[in-house]
Design a protein around this ligand. Structure first.
Ligand code: GCU
Length: 682
């Protein structure tokens, strides 16, 4: 059963007998003109493995070419180039980088990629179909919504993982790269199946020791382990490395010796990792060093790395997560949410072409509810990417079931109305359409660890699965993705499918209800582990995740007329909406406005009564999870059944802790009792 966890959604479990009857799959696989360790070679092997598992058949694989086998029923997988060389049909629709064509019509199956990676993605698509008992005839091409579909791991060199909830690192231990990279290979397999094409392997709070010669060789081994799956690696850099590792007396990005140092490091890295995808840089943020120390701009800092990477075609993901974490809360007009706007809005166009600004989806930090970062609308001349979080830092740290795509959807589907035109974050801005950009896309902090479930718990894997699917196509349906994942992970039982879908789809709304509503943020312990309720920790410190709750009123006034002005950073139509209480949607009321507890919402309730009611409703939903899951006993294997039940029982209890802690806190502040008599002085 540990195997089940490790394979995630790639178990290739044998189809039930009734479904096997409809199975129609060629018995011969041809991986066109490929060499070992390349993605098309991998595709051949994976197709063989999948068909063995799903159908119990033993297809043969050949790697050379067609060799007179034209006309025979086969599964053909290869690049468009190899396909054309082999005399393949010319009527395949246009493919973009990483795209593929899948044709199951007739006796043979054609899987043709724009490149090797695309061919492998196509093989996984076909396997996903047959593993779900789908033998229908299809013929279509699919292309990615954006070229950048990356993972960030926050792994430290000592083997711990920042905000990781699934054990120690699969990459590092004792300041070096681990010797056995089996788990890294297996991880790349999962990533490739969801069309992730890049991964930053170390923490954004980067340790320069990764750049030692020994570790560069280790990075070479990591790259070798992931390359067969078409996953390219990159690294996070510490801006001060020339000083701390290189022994220079400065890390000023304009200093010649500093430029030479980074150029040399980059050259050496490419000797070990010739296809390195690039760098990720967190600078001048939360105490990290950066160019501002030398009165250089963030663009000067980013361009330093961009230039070193240019000869190799690498890119710099430069994080927009820059803010002052010693902000004075006494000043009503201060606002952490304005940080990234203040730092970046005037730098548009100052970055080299291979710099991509990586922007967290909301202006603060992966909260349970945020509006989209206004910065998405302000970089017409600079490439940008969104940063999401699969590791559930603020969403219950994998001890709570929270299916995150519905939260991501509030951002990806958001129309920012740039220049009064339709500019939906996913399909227009991140796809590069709105500002006509070649580079753009997605990064997600994932933080898998050595735990055999990868993320610490089985159900959390639906988030990783859905992340990849959304980065490929942000219009993918939340329920459809979940159903695919559930069938691949747990099989075909209808009750299992319905239960997991139902629980997952109510899980984020429930979590929002019992943690923090109306845009007040996840009311967790923000100065400590970000776990469990602690609304008091939000105010009175420099971190800027303020609620400004007092005896009468609550919320951040981000209006232009009376507050921090943050609402004014949105394009005019959106800014006008958020400027007024009346036009601000309830779910973001306290994000944009400071109002009395007795303020009426659109649904007629007061703010305080909504708090009470929502916390009860959310906790009640979570309380129902264990019984729903318990009804699945015998329908899935015992180990995964019990491990999941254990987590859900914990969540049910912890949701009550959340409910009571938050409700009592706001009763104590406001002295307004619950109209329904549940919260008060009794
Ligand atoms: C959050 C998180 C930190 C992390 C930071 C970042 O604040 O708690 O651990 O370093 O984000 O994204 O850089």
């Amino acid at each position: 059963a540990a195997e089940d966890g490790l394979n995630g959604w790639l178990r290739y479990a044998r189809l039930p007998r009734g479904m096997l009857r409809h199975a129609k799959v060629p018995t011969h696989i041809i991986a066109l003109n490929t060499s070992q360790a390349s993605p098309v070679f991998t595709a051949g092997k994976e197709l063989q493995k999948g068909i063995q598992g799903v159908l119990g058949q033993n297809p043969e694989v050949t790697y050379e070419g067609l060799h007179g086998r034209q006309g025979e029923s086969s599964i053909l997988v290869g690049t468009i180039e190899a396909y054309a060389d082999a005399g393949g049909a010319a009527d395949i629709p246009e493919l973009e980088e990483d795209g593929f064509w899948l044709n199951t019509e007739g006796d043979s199956v054609e899987i043709v990629g724009q490149n090797e990676r695309g061919a492998l993605y196509g093989a996984f698509e076909y396997l996903s179909m047959i593993a779900q008992g789908n033998f229908s005839e299809v013929a279509y091409a699919t292309n990615p919504s954006a070229p950048i579909r990356w993972i960030n791991q926050w792994d430290n060199m000592d083997g711990t993982i920042e905000r990781g909830y699934a054990g120690l690192s699969i990459f590092f231990e004792n300041n070096v790269i681990v010797s056995n990279l089996t788990r890294v290979y297996e991880y790349a397999r999962l990533l490739s199946s969801i069309r992730v094409n890049g991964i930053i392997v170390n923490n954004v709070n980067a340790n320069p020791i990764l750049l030692s010669l020994e570790n560069m060789a280790g990075l070479g081994r990591i790259a070798d382990a992931m390359r067969p799956w078409g996953v390219r690696i990159g690294v996070s850099l510490n801006f001060a490395s020339p000083q701390t590792l290189g022994g220079l007396d400065t890390y000023d990005p304009f200093d010649k010796s500093v430029i030479a140092w980074w150029t040399d490091i980059t050259d050496k890295l490419y000797e070990h990792v010739p296809d390195m995808v690039g760098y990720l840089v967190k600078a001048n943020s939360e105490g990290q060093p950066g160019p501002l120390t030398y009165n250089r701009t963030l663009a000067d800092g980013a361009n330093l790395f961009a230039k070193a990477l240019q000869p190799y075609g690498g890119i710099v993901m430069f994080r927009a997560f820059v803010y002052d974490h010693h902000l004075s809360h006494e000043n009503w007009y201060n606002d952490r949410a304005n940080g990234q706007m203040e730092f970046f809005k005037d730098l548009d166009g100052a970055f080299e072409d291979n710099v991509v600004i990586q922007i967290k989806y909301g202006p603060i930090d992966f909260q349970v509810r945020e509006p989209p970062s206004p910065l998405f609308a302000h970089l017409p001349n600079t490439a940008s990417a969104i940063e999401l979080q699969v590791t559930q830092e603020y969403y219950g740290q994998q001890c709570h079931l929270v299916y995150i795509p519905p939260l991501w959807r509030t951002i990806l589907d958001y129309d920012l109305r740039v220049d009064g035109q339709k500019s939906v974050v996913g399909t227009d801005i991140l796809s590069g359409k709105t500002f006509n950009k070649k580079l753009s896309g997605y990064a997600a902090v994932v933080n898998v660890g050595l735990n055999t479930t990868w993320l610490g718990t089985h159900l959390a894997m639906s988030n990783l699965y859905a992340y990849g699917r959304l980065a490929w196509d942000p219009t993918n349906d939340d329920v459809r993705m979940l159903e695919d994942w559930t069938r691949l992970t747990f099989g075909f039982d209808e009750t299992v499918l319905e239960t997991i879908t139902k629980m997952s789809m109510v899980s984020w709304p429930a979590y929002e209800n019992y943690t923090g509503n109306l845009g007040i943020q996840t009311l967790t312990d923000i100065t400590g582990p970000h776990y469990g309720p602690n609304p008091a920790s939000h105010d009175g410190n420099g971190w800027g995740m303020w609620t400004r709750a007092n005896e009468h009123s609550i919320g951040m006034d981000r209006t232009v007329w009376n507050g921090t002005g943050n609402a004014g950073y949105y394009p005019p139509e959106i800014a006008a909406m958020y400027e007024k209480v009346e036009t601000t949607p309830d779910e973001l009321l306290l994000w944009f406005h400071h109002v009395p507890y007795t303020q009426r919402l659109k649904n007629g309730n007061t703010v305080i009564q909504h708090f009470y009611d929502a916390h009860y409703a959310g906790a009640e939903t979570a309380f129902g999870f264990p019984a729903q899951w318990a009804a699945l006993e015998g329908k899935i294997d015992r180990q995964r059944f019990e491990e999941t039940l254990f987590r859900l029982e914990y969540q049910a209890g912890h949701a009550i802790v959340w409910r009571d802690a938050i409700n009592q806190f706001y009763f104590n502040k406001s002295s307004i009792p619950d109209a329904r008599g549940r919260v008060g002085n009794y």
